[in-house]
Write a protein that binds this ligand. Structure first.
Ligand SMILES: [Zn+2]
Length: 477
């Protein structure tokens, strides 16, 4: 037993008496002007042997304090090995938020006006995933926090982060903004606009987010996540409405968009990015090495869903899909799909659009086998209902086997086996022939009277209320 341990036993006994639920409790305080954030972490019972943090955290962080003294830890860039601690121990540290944000590093911390956006793991250091946590947050007057963490319904200052892997990333924004809640069947989006000063621009961006998210709700009849953080960062004039966006899953679901807020609503409506990003939430987290599946699914739905809500005509949606497939064909060659999925950005088109072609094939085969009673939509909804542990990372093979089991079919694993080791882009000639799609020099043409031309139209039509009978939901569980 070390000296600092002995001197703190009394304090720990006092703290233990106030602990009740089996969670590790954080108390987080942001200073005036967001100069720094002070964190206290009180463990429930036995302390873990380590905490995890961001690789860049050490630069602006204080050492861990226990009972008023610096705690001896052994550190790597992302791990702090803790010495043995008494039960219900509390640790304190602080992080120099303003100093970190001054670097204006969009992957770590930066400012937008008076607000700060930061990788949460810079200051929020977690124990192993298995330990549930609760976070109480104190903010300067007039300030808000935007985070992926679901809020405690009875106490808006208390959050309960989802138990995701410590390596999963997240972003928090703190500032004098006003977040908006967008309620959809099945869930709520908490929308925060940063760098937007006028009401008309705020209104325009809200409509764009709301319409894009509503399109995803149409797949199951409800939004796939109960709580989703949506951060929109205005960049000013750029060459397109949404130069960059991504889905992040640490501690909860989140989508972050960087936008040119000066562009008109029509350009945002015509852009596929938001539909693509929200479509990722139809699936749980898929391992990065299997990104052909997650990106293929999102690339498929980004066109299907825009047709279903009327943003694209059926012909435009098939054209957009074929344009993507052609980009995929043009960049295929050499690597198998498995290899390409594990290589860098150069294989993006090949990977995304091969995955989308496979989802199209699986959707068609499933609809044909079941006379349209089962679809990719219904298979994903069954997965959502049975196995949607938000903190689990899936490998493609396991996920496709589960989809086959749930749909009582073999189409998903068949499509997987046909293409995963192929070095060429999926051949869609038979698929197009059956659907009555013809590629011509003037673009894709739809011919009627082919075996599955009704099926072709059905893919791009919203599921009817009747086909979703018994599964529609009105509110989050
Ligand atoms: Zn994507």
């Amino acid at each position: 037993m070390t000296p600092w341990f002995k001197t703190s036993l009394l304090l720990c006994a006092l703290l233990a008496s106030s602990a009740s639920a089996a969670v590790d409790r954080y108390a987080v305080q942001f200073s005036e002007g967001l100069e720094r954030v002070d964190v206290q972490l009180c463990f429930h019972g036995e302390a873990p042997d380590r905490l995890y943090r961001h690789a860049a955290a050490a630069q602006h962080a204080s050492p861990l304090q226990f009972s008023g003294k610096t705690l001896p830890t052994r550190n790597t860039a992302t791990r702090m090995l803790l010495p043995e601690l008494p039960p219900n121990a509390c640790l304190n540290w602080h992080y120099e938020l303003a100093a970190a944000a001054a670097a204006m590093d969009y992957a770590r911390a930066y400012t937008v006006g008076d607000s700060v956006v930061a990788e949460t793991a810079l200051w929020f250091w977690k124990g192993p995933r298995e330990r549930p946590v609760e976070v109480r947050v104190s903010l300067p007057a007039g300030y808000q926090l935007s985070t992926p963490w679901p809020r405690d319904p009875g106490d808006p200052t208390r959050y309960r982060p989802e138990q995701t892997a410590t390596s999963w990333t997240s972003r928090s924004a703190i500032g004098p903004f006003t977040s908006q809640v967008i309620s959809l069947p099945g869930g709520q989006l908490e929308l925060t606009l940063l760098g937007v000063d006028d009401a008309a621009t705020a209104h325009k961006l809200r409509i764009w987010v709301e319409e894009s998210a509503a399109a995803i709700s149409s797949v199951f009849g409800y939004f796939p996540r109960a709580h989703t953080q949506v951060l929109v960062v205005a960049l000013g004039p750029r060459s397109e409405p949404v130069p960059w966006a991504h889905v992040i899953r640490g501690g909860g679901a989140a989508v972050q968009f960087y936008v040119d807020e000066t562009r008109p609503l029509e350009e945002f409506r015509a852009d596929w990015t938001a539909t693509h990003e929200f479509s990722h939430l139809l699936l749980p987290f898929v391992a990065r090495d299997d990104r052909w599946l997650s990106e293929g699914m999102a690339s498929y739905y980004q066109n299907v869903l825009r047709a279903r809500d009327g943003r694209l005509t059926e012909q435009q949606a098939w054209q957009a899909m074929e344009d993507g497939f052609q980009r995929g064909r043009d960049s295929a060659g050499g690597d198998t799909l498995r290899e390409a999925s594990r290589s860098g950005w150069r294989s993006t088109r090949r990977v995304y659009w091969s995955g989308a072609a496979m989802m199209l094939q699986a959707d068609i085969r499933l609809r044909r086998q079941t006379a349209g009673t089962k679809t990719l939509d219904t298979a994903l909804e069954a997965l959502h209902d049975c196995c949607f542990d938000a903190g689990k990372r899936w490998f493609a093979r396991d996920l496709l086997q589960e989809l086959d089991r749930l749909a009582d079919t073999d189409v998903f694993m068949t499509v997987y086996a046909e293409h995963i080791e192929a070095s060429t882009f999926p051949d869609l000639n038979d698929t197009y022939e059956r659907l009555g799609l013809e590629t011509t020099s003037g673009g894709i043409r739809m011919a009627n009277g082919r075996p599955n031309s009704a099926l072709r139209a059905a893919i791009m039509r919203p599921a009817t209320a009747q086909s979703r009978a018994g599964t529609a939901r009105d509110s989050a569980p």
